[in-house]
Write a protein of this length. Structure first.
Length: 444
């Protein structure tokens, strides 16, 4: 332990490797430029597993784990008051084994004040603890491997140019991590682990900037409102969001989100709902993976472009109201509702829709506006209920030409009816321009 003579009583815990999501691994292999590549570094958290073996270090820091089956494991070093440290995918053979690094250094946790007004560097391998709400107004540098642990219910605000650019300097995935300090972050979770409940999540990280904001190579977990960005121009890329209520909120500006993976959000995973003040700017969501979120993308008012993404097993993959949607070249797999488009114009072309549980595309009215647009040159596979559905709450009646759903390809579907229209509900007088194509699959 850094700066200490007595290195005893550090918990050394051995864990089985986390099973990597095979569906995402397949996407990683076939489309390496989409999302991020999952690994033990992205998936392992000692709080969510029980150890296979554990022991304690002696005064000199030495330790011994016995009767271990040969194989690969993750190793965690834990002591209250010191930064958590992991060694990933450690290969162990029968007999004695030495750590490949020779020794592991644990740094003392740094408790952060409520105000940071002078330049500051978050160092690699050090855990920074925010017990209270904090405001950072001075320039800061975040080095690879830093951990920013925020107390449950608290938030950290970066103002001005405090955090204008975060770039990975090494090939390692985790530039830094934002996570909750609750639930045995620095001690052994010896009982049967459970998922962290939302009352243990930290609140949010607010980032305010009047300049270009470039953020990449980070992991954010266990947040209620996630990372909230307010900037006129921003790019978020090569990052990982897991097990949040909301992962990312964009409060205006022109934004590009590229090569991220966001999963297991219990609310809107990425929320573009507060963009009224920046009306006319464009949001580009490209080359990302979204899985198992209540709502993958939520957008209002703004023009939203989504290109070349994989959206998998979300309750609703994309929800747009009173805006404009352009969806091109995406693959939607086993979402319950794939695209819900309310009071907006949508151009939906050259996408794959596979195994939707309820409906592929919903067009509905919002605040007196009818949804309309074009749905062309898409492939629909194994849809289990409706291809398209028109809905209304105020009795608005669509007219011929509101929806152009020509030149799509349908295969292996077992649904009746294929479209919810006036023949299925006498109260909905909707018409479609609809010509199914059953000849050959459209290539993207």
């Amino acid at each position: 332990m850094s700066g200490m003579e007595d290195h005893s009583d550090v918990v050394v815990a051995l864990y089985e490797l986390v099973s990597i999501d095979s569906q995402i691994e397949e996407i990683n292999r076939g489309f390496p430029s989409v999302g991020i590549v999952l690994s033990q570094e992205t998936e392992f958290d000692h709080r969510l597993q029980s150890p296979t073996k554990y022991t304690y270090t002696g005064v000199d820091g030495s330790f011994r784990l016995e009767n271990i089956k040969a194989g690969r494991y993750n190793l965690a070093f834990l002591k209250e008051g010191f930064s958590v440290r992991y060694v990933y995918e450690l290969s162990l053979k029968n007999g004695d084994n030495a750590l490949p690094e020779g020794q592991v250094v644990l740094s003392q946790i740094v408790t952060m004040p409520q105000a940071v007004t002078t330049p500051f560097t978050f160092e690699s391998g050090v855990q920074y603890y925010f017990p209270l709400n904090a405001v950072i107004t001075a320039p800061v540098t975040v080095n690879s491997g830093a951990i920013l642990a925020i107390e449950a219910g608290r938030r950290v605000d970066f103002h001005g140019m405090a955090l204008s650019s975060i770039k990975g300097e090494v090939s390692s995935f985790s530039k830094f991590r934002w996570l909750t300090s609750a639930y045995s972050l620095n001690s052994l979770q010896s009982q049967s682990p459970q998922m962290l409940e939302p009352n243990l999540y930290f609140d949010r990280v607010n980032i305010y900037s009047t300049e270009y904001l470039d953020i990449s190579d980070f992991k954010l977990s266990f947040a209620n409102s996630g990372m909230v960005i307010s900037a006129p121009l921003a790019k978020i890329e090569k990052s990982y969001f897991s097990q949040n209520n909301t992962a990312l909120v964009i409060n205006g500006g022109e934004v590009t989100i590229q090569n991220i993976f966001h999963k297991d959000s219990k609310n809107r995973s990425i929320d573009f709902a507060q963009n009224h003040a920046f009306n006319g700017n464009e949001i580009l969501y490209r080359d990302n993976i979204s899985k198992n979120n209540l709502i993958g993308l939520y957008c209002s008012i703004m023009p939203l472009k989504i290109e070349n993404n994989f959206m998998v097993s979300n309750e609703t993959a994309v929800y747009v109201w009173d805006g404009q949607l352009e969806a091109t070249g995406n693959t939607f797999i086993e979402n319950h509702r794939t695209i819900e488009n309310l009071g907006s114009y949508a151009t939906i072309r050259y996408n794959d829709f596979k195994g939707s549980g309820f409906v592929d595309i919903i067009f509905g009215e919002s605040r007196g506006n009818r949804a309309n647009g074009t749905i062309n040159f898409n492939n629909f596979y194994e849809t289990r209920n409706f291809y398209f559905r028109m809905t209304t709450s105020n009795g608005l009646i669509a007219v011929v030409g509101d929806i152009d759903a020509t030149n799509n390809y349908f295969i292996n579907n077992n649904i009746d009816p294929q479209i919810w229209d006036k023949h299925d509900n006498a109260n909905l007088l909707y018409e479609f321009v609809y010509i199914p194509r059953a000849m050959s699959e459209f290539n993207k």
